[in-house]
Design a binder for this molecule. Structure first.
Ligand SMILES: CC(=O)N[C@H](C=O)[C@@H](O)[C@H](O)[C@H](O)COP(=O)(O)O
Length: 836
């Protein structure tokens, strides 16, 4: 695509930044640009499209009503039309899993055709090949996001509103938004699809590296047998049978119908039907056989990527050599040949694994399984009054890591609630892809193509409206009058808010009907069916519900129905009430934030992460030379600490901090050990800034009276960090140090360095006396840290007045722990050998 820019040296700024170029990102950018806003859209890939391009699932997962006039938004319908126009065929692949299967290249061009007018108009800039590495925050909002390309060049995007449309919700941890991943656990919301007990953050759904193949009978394209082949063959297991949602096994054959009447495996996700175009078939292999669930893309990205590719090659090898042949003659189809695709599948394997589960915004009440399930006597799931769009797919949980059984639950046609797109903090961050505030179970129903598009489109429209009204997104959603205006903007761009299949976005009734329906206007017969049937009578309950909904949208609007005959049709009632709502809608003109226009609050407030009082912090550190040194190990250590109930983690060095930040939704206390003599814990301001840049929520500094190598005082160093809104933990050795550090502005004082300076007591256990003395004298929270070896000692530290307790080596240094046990045995006289 000629319109894409590589990471530019200059810094693009726009009203709205959409980070992530998958389907959610494309939909968000399109909606925001069509609302007239300036937009920067970034992608970590070279092309846009995510699921339908680089992740190689260009066979749309949809629902039975997708082609009904009101079954999806006007923009999604445009995308589908653009895809079909590439071929002049309704289903170019003829795959049976979807009504629209196509090649990734066609998707790249179709997306380009939707976005190109906005690029040409200068409203939209697309920057490819960059991934976010840092979000700069000020006063609870994001001011800019720094992105890095493959060569290490950075570009910074400044904007008013940021949409996270990345595939795994990467902006959430970078921006300090609360997030979750894996199963919330059944205890959290009583969902039957959740795993039993409390949270299982590790139980993330499988990913799949798709594979493009054609079939050349008589030729041999057998790929080498990859490492681990036998294990995967026997455990996945490799088979053309598949366990259905009904718990029965469904038997397929390669090129012919199976014994249970199922169509062939080959045409399942066929992307090009050769017979239509005078060429060969092109099929996508994305099957239970190559569903990879040994490691997650969030917790162990490198391993998951590498192994999911190997697994797909192993499955191909099995299809080529061992798969039972349809005619019963021997095994294997060696003529299956991996086909490279110029941008998406360089060696037949997708450029990126297909992501089923993302980090998700954590909300007090997320969208849950129960919210999407069928309701007795109704055609739809329970109405969401703050609807911003529609989706409909079952809750389809593929194998979760450590829990290989898939899980499934039906849904009824449901909506995208706008409240699930906003973070409490930062206030200008929106979820725009699979990262909306939904539980694992519910998110599994939004994750498919049209669901992700609907979330992105709602987020882009909300972002545009927030900019237009000079409100933060969350502020806007708190104002019913503003939500009404936002919903008006949505329906005017052809986004249905409720399920009314027979209303086309071009129908004049579309806008009023959807606004009234979302406000609760479907009360009678229309609760039981998905159609509006505007010509049909409006029964009493429908009429009463419409009147109440109209009053809800604009007080007094319901009176417009008083003058209508009792036998008025549903369409006539909706038209009259809709007109009254329009007339009575009060435009408050938005509410300007309490800052001068164009400017943002300048004084940074330093806010300590909440939830640390009385809690355990686990220090996960391994220095160079230690066996577990390396960001991937420390990220896993932090995941283990999180699973065990740590409230925060303490991490050494920018590389480890950056990795841990992306792996666990916990505050990170960052430090950087450097230097031999004197202060070595984050010795200079430069070290401290690098720690903050890597994403630490609190920076720990040497807080002793020793001179610092950069000649700055502790107070100066703290002031510089505070100017960036970063709280400081001073690591001290003595009471005097602690008093001086608090006076210098430290936000927390920790006993870390007691025993590591000449003037502090050298003792085997923790310095609880210092904890007590500091707690007696200081107003700032005191942290007990250093040589706490047992749970009893941790509890004693709290009792001595500590606000928070940090434990390191006793949890995270297996070599030291082993040495303790070994020493204990060595000093014990062995029991005399028992006599035979
Ligand atoms: C003195 C020093 O360099 N302390 C370091 C500070 O970050 C870490 O090596 C400690 O592991 C951490 O303080 C926790 O203490 P303990 O590992 O003793 O529970």
């Amino acid at each position: 695509m000629t319109t894409h820019e590589p990471a530019p040296a200059r810094q693009p700024a726009a009203e709205i930044a959409v980070i992530g170029g998958g389907l959610g990102g494309v939909a968000a950018a399109l909606a925001a640009a069509e609302a007239g806003r300036t937009v920067v859209l970034t992608s970590d890939q070279q092309v846009l499209g995510g699921q339908i391009t680089t992740q190689l699932v260009p066979a749309l997962d949809e629902h039975p009503h997708i082609e009904a006039p009101g079954g999806s938004s006007a923009s999604y319908q445009r995308l589908r039309r653009a895809l079909r126009a590439e071929y002049g065929e309704d289903n170019p692949g003829g795959g049976w899993v979807s009504r629209l299967c196509f090649e990734p290249q066609a998707a790249v061009r179709a997306i380009d055709s939707l976005l190109a007018p906005h690029v040409t108009a200068g409203r939209l800039r697309i920057v490819t090949g960059v991934r976010p590495v840092r979000a700069v925050r000020e006063d609870g909002r994001i001011v800019s996001v720094r992105l890095r390309d493959g060569q290490g060049h950075d570009v910074t995007v400044a904007a008013e509103v940021f949409c996270d449309a990345t595939e795994t919700g990467e902006l959430l941890p970078l921006a300090g938004a609360p997030w979750v991943i894996g199963s919330e656990g059944r205890e959290a919301f009583g969902e039957s699809l959740a795993l039993p007990g409390g949270g299982h953050p590790h139980a993330v759904q499988s990913c799949t590296t798709g594979l493009l193949v054609e079939h050349r009978p008589g030729e041999d394209h057998t790929v080498p047998r990859p490492e681990g082949y036998e294990r995967w063959r026997d455990s996945q297991p490799f088979t053309l049978e598949i366990a259905g949602w009904d718990d029965r096994s469904h038997r397929y054959r390669m090129f012919v119908d199976g014994p249970d009447g199922h169509p062939p495996f080959w045409t399942y996700r066929r992307l090009r039907e050769g017979a239509l175009f005078g060429t060969t078939d092109l099929a996508l292999i994305n099957w239970a056989g190559n569903d990879y669930a040994d490691a997650s893309l969030v917790h162990e990205p490198d391993r998951a990527r590498a192994e999911s590719r190997r697994l797909s090659l192993a499955f191909l090898h099995w299809l080529q050599t061992e798969c039972p042949r349809d005619d019963g003659t021997g095994a294997g189809y060696p003529g299956l040949r991996p086909v490279p695709d110029a941008t998406c599948a360089p060696d037949g394997l997708a450029a990126e694994p297909y992501v089923r589960e993302s980090r998700r915004l954590a909300a007090r009440i997320p969208v849950r399984q129960q919210d999407l399930e069928p309701v007795l006597g109704q055609a739809r799931a329970a109405n969401m009054a703050d609807s911003g769009g529609l989706a409909f797919y079952h809750m389809d949980l593929h194998a979760r890591i450590g829990h290989p059984r898939s899980a499934y639950s039906p849904t009824a046609p449901f909506q995208v609630p706008l409240s699930a797109l906003v973070a409490d903090a930062p206030s200008n961050l929106l979820a725009a892809a699979k990262n909306l505030a939904a539980t694992q179970a519910a998110a599994a129903a939004y994750r498919v193509h049209h669901g992700e598009w609907a979330v992105g489109e709602a987020a882009g429209t909300l972002a545009a409206q927030a900019v237009a009204r000079a409100l933060e997104p969350a502020e806007l959603l708190d104002e019913p009058a503003e939500v009404a205006l936002l919903q008006r903007a949505l329906v005017h761009r052809g986004v249905p808010l409720a399920w009314l299949l027979d209303l086309d976005p071009a129908d004049p009734l579309f806008a009023p009907a959807h606004r009234l329906a979302a406000a609760g206007g479907l009360g009678g017969a229309r609760r039981e069916r998905l159609t509006a049937e505007p010509e049909a009578p409006c029964d009493e309950q429908d009429r009463a519900a419409l009147v109440t909904a109209a009053d809800q949208l604009a007080p007094g609007a319901g009176r417009a129905a008083d003058h209508l005959p009792t036998d008025a049709s549903w369409g006539e009632v909706v038209a009259a009430l809709g007109a009254a709502v329009e007339e009575l809608t009060v435009d408050t003109g938005g509410r300007r934030p309490a800052v001068p226009s164009g400017g943002r609050p300048s004084r940074s407030r330093v806010v300590l992460p909440s939830g640390l009082a009385g809690k355990l912090v686990v220090s996960c550190q391994a220095l160079p030379g230690e066996p577990l040194h390396g960001p991937q190990f420390m990220a896993q250590m932090a995941v283990a600490a999180h699973s065990g109930g740590a409230a925060a983690v303490r991490i050494n060095g920018p590389a480890d901090i950056a990795a841990v930040r992306m792996a666990v939704p916990l505050p990170v206390i960052g430090l950087w050990k450097d230097g031999e003599d004197g202060p070595y814990i984050t010795p200079t301001l430069e070290h401290a800034m690098a720690v903050a840049d890597a994403g630490a929520d609190i920076v720990a500094l040497d807080g002793t009276s020793r001179p610092r190598p950069d000649g700055r005082s502790l107070a100066d160093t703290i002031e510089a960090l505070h100017a960036r809104g970063i709280p400081v933990m001073a690591d001290v050795a003595t009471l005097e140090d602690g008093l001086a550090a608090a006076a210098a502005g430290a936000d927390l004082v920790s006993t870390t360095l007691s025993g590591y300076t000449p003037d502090s007591p050298h003792q085997p256990g923790p310095d609880l006396q210092l904890v007590r003395a500091l707690a007696d004298r200081l107003d700032v929270p005191v942290v007990a840290e250093g040589r706490i070896a047992t749970p009893v000692e941790a509890a004693a530290a709290l009792a001595a007045g500590a606000h928070t307790v940090v434990v390191g080596g006793a949890i995270t240094r297996p070599a030291d722990l082993t040495a303790r046990f070994a020493a204990a045995l060595a000093s014990t006289r062995p029991a005399p050998e028992s006599q035979p």
